[in-house]
Design a protein around this ligand. Structure first.
Ligand code: AMP
Length: 367
């Protein structure tokens, strides 16, 4: 296959092949279902027994991400490897990449799992982000507060998701308590953004450099966890175009193969600041299953297998509500609502804060 500038592209990985998925959560589950829809087999690698993804996959390896023997056997059993979870050790990704194609690349994974690397990358490619200062020790926090002022948000550099590893510091904030919350981990202080809306754009990029972006959506969080996604976001055409252009710019500069979710703050003045990147299917893209011609999960499968991307066009407007913890009891109501589509993840224990499923309500497309 010949690509941009006549550069030869790898042959596509065709239906019938096996896609290796690192991580066993609901993103892996929906990815495995989409893979099955296109005739692929999914092989999940996760430390978790009876994981949501393994329940619907052709094969599963239950082993630690550091188990190099298990990883080598996994690599030999699959045709391509992808992720549903980016916090796998860099050594794991490198070990796999030496044996089998890995998309997105370990380099992209390394950027996305380190907030400082991510912020520096974004700044270097000219993407607007909140001001930030690294915090390595208690004196560093004083210096960062002197530089940025308060309020501000202190986050761990690594292993942060769903608001874990972060502390909001108010105008009269307790710096000792915020620093203690880092529990010895490296941190970064971010200027507080007084946003009008949180939005995200999910964009796919194929091996040949073609891209397909879903419409920007609005994300509402409760206790720092995504609660509701509204598609499309209530943005002017100009702001929606700007948000999409930012996501495409980042995907291109990363040299991404696969999906990228770009989380953004939209300021009261319309300024867009990027908050975070996730190089994988994303919770804010679940609505695409029921409201777009190609779901984010199918799109990810197409991209990592080197197939042509599908149309990201939405045929319906949608509101996606996560079922978190006890909210899973709402499944009966969802079944009774003709506009609602219920998705449950096969998790038995409804712990607080745990994403158990989601419901997407669709309606006619406006605009
Ligand atoms: P994160 O873990 O970076 O995705 O942050 C989780 C949530 O915390 C975001 O979705 C925002 O609601 C809030 N948040 C994070 N950083 C900031 C910031 N710099 N200013 C205001 N709110 C923030």
């Amino acid at each position: 296959m010949s690509g941009i500038g006549g550069v030869d592209l790898p042959a596509p990985i065709e239906p019938g092949a096996t896609i290796g998925i690192l991580g066993g959560g609901q993103l892996g589950r929906m990815l495995a279902l989409a893979a099955a829809g296109l005739g692929y087999r999914a092989h999940v690698f996760t430390p978790e027994e009876d994981s949501p993804a393994a329940q619907v996959s052709a094969a599963a390896t239950v082993a630690d991400y550091g188990d190099l023997d298990a990883l080598a056997r996994f690599a030999a059993a699959v045709d391509v490897v992808t992720f549903e979870f980016e916090n796998v050790p860099a050594a794991t990704a490198a070990h796999l990449a030496a044996r089998v194609p890995v998309h997105p690349s370990p380099r992209i994974l390394a950027i996305a799992q380190d907030r400082l690397a991510e912020k520096r990358f974004l700044r270097d490619i000219g993407v607007a982000i909140a001001d930030f200062v690294p915090v390595d020790d208690r004196a560093g926090l004083d210096a960062a507060v002197a530089a940025l002022g308060l309020p501000a948000v202190l986050k761990t550099v690594r292993l942060g998701y769903d608001g874990k590893g972060q502390a909001m510091i108010g105008a009269a904030g307790d710096l000792d308590a915020a620093f203690a919350a880092l529990a010895g981990a490296a941190g970064v202080l971010e200027a507080f953004v007084d946003f009008r809306m949180e939005a995200s754009v999910v964009v796919a990029r194929g091996v040949d450099g073609t891209m397909a972006a879903y419409v920007p959506v609005e994300n509402r969080h409760v206790h720092h966890i995504l609660d509701t996604t509204i598609a499309p976001a209530d943005l002017s055409p100009d702001r929606a175009d700007a948000a999409t252009a930012i996501a495409r710019h980042i995907a291109g500069r990363l040299g991404l193969v696969g999906l990228l979710a770009v989380e953004m703050f939209v300021g009261r003045d319309g300024r867009i600041l990027v908050n975070e990147l996730a190089p994988r299917p994303h919770n804010s893209g679940h609505w695409t299953i029921d409201a777009c011609r190609t779901s984010q999960f199918e799109q990810h499968v197409r991209a990592v297998c080197g197939l042509p991307l599908g149309s990201p066009e939405r045929h319906s407007d949608a509101v996606m509500k996560n079922l978190i913890g006890d909210e899973v009891r709402l499944w009966r109501e969802a079944l009774a609502d003709p506009t609602a589509k219920l998705h449950l993840y096969g998790k038995t224990e409804a712990r607080p804060g745990r994403k158990m499923g989601h419901v997407t309500r669709v309606g006619p497309r406006r605009g």
